[in-house]
Design a protein around this ligand. Sequence first.
Ligand code: TA6
Length: 402
Amino acid sequence: MNGIVDFQVPGSALCCRFHGRMDGVTSQQVDNEVFERVAAHKGDTVFDLSGASYVSSAFLRLCVRAARAITGKKIEIVGLNPSMKEVFDMTGLGRIFNLSLRGGEALSELDIEGHLKIVKGPGDFPTAKIDNAFGSATVSLHGAHVMEYCPKGQEPVLWMSQKSYFAPGKSIRGGIPVCWPWFGPCADDPKKPSHGFVRFRDWEFRRSEVTPEGGTRLVLGMASNDQTMELWPHRFDVELEVVVGHSLEVSLHVKNLDDKSFTFTGALHSYFAVGDIAKTTVTGLSGRRCHDKLTDKFSTWDGPVKFASETDMVFLDTEDVCVITDPVKRRRISVAKRGSRSSVVWNPWVDKSIRMPDFGDDEFHGMVCVETCNAEDDIVTVAPGAKHVLTTLISSETIVPG
Ligand code: TA6
């Protein structure tokens, strides 16, 4: 039932309810009728989008035209899903309309007693709070960002900066940023955002369930639209699957909806909490080709990675498990993976920490990034209709002395 609008006048307000895809064609079809109704009503007007699945720029024009039909009053636009709200915010239309996200009732459909609850989280972004027999985690809709993970009876495993932004158009500093569809600077246009664009945008919650082992699975998604096509001219659907069970399993599913193959790079750019970086080591990378991003030199790595200065290294041709050994917190964090032939180890140390506005000057002592990647020559090609899955599996165990 695409592009249908019906009108109601509950009390004094005129309510225009839009259904299905409000694309270039359907918006045009109902534009005049909406304009005339709003102009004739001249009172409080509500546009209800809870039944709509997509809004196009033509629909935005319809809204602006309708707004001009009534002076001194703002049209209330309700029932927006997060990606629609983002379109209104990005185009600045948030200033001429009162916007509100789809009511809690729609999002709480994903709630599972004893497992998952959708709440208002940092930055007022809808946030999934997962808490089950295995542990707890939080996932923001903004960037499909896993912000926290804590196995039952243990300390938090992921690190978050005290200075992180939680705002539209900004990425979150800590947890697991999703870097896609490029890792690092954009090869063909360095002006585009570092590490791709999906970590800066709002995704949508799609599914939630209890797993056979009693864990919790949550799936978020984002489909390409006019704005993403300007940044990256390919049609895609990406999903982030988060499972809290014996380990934390996070998978980025990339589906090619286009009629030609596309290639990409990316990463699950995990930030881990450590007791003291100077006493921390990362193993599992010996014998691997290593590209030191600071010296731009390549070598064959030997032994554990230790930290005594800024470290930014890409390890290639590796599908191995990385292990973070932390004698201060007396634990070992294992980072296993699938769909990845490259790993990155990063610590900004002093100077870079000071240069980053969303990172505390001394915070480098307590974190290390061990990232599950498709980076540098680990480029992924996906044919039309096919998909690639990048998975990181994080688990933590206590080091027993002796
Ligand atoms: O993965 C390591 C890295 O590429 C570093 O070069 C450093 O810039 C880090 O990512 C953080 O990047 P961001 O864009 O989040 O500031």
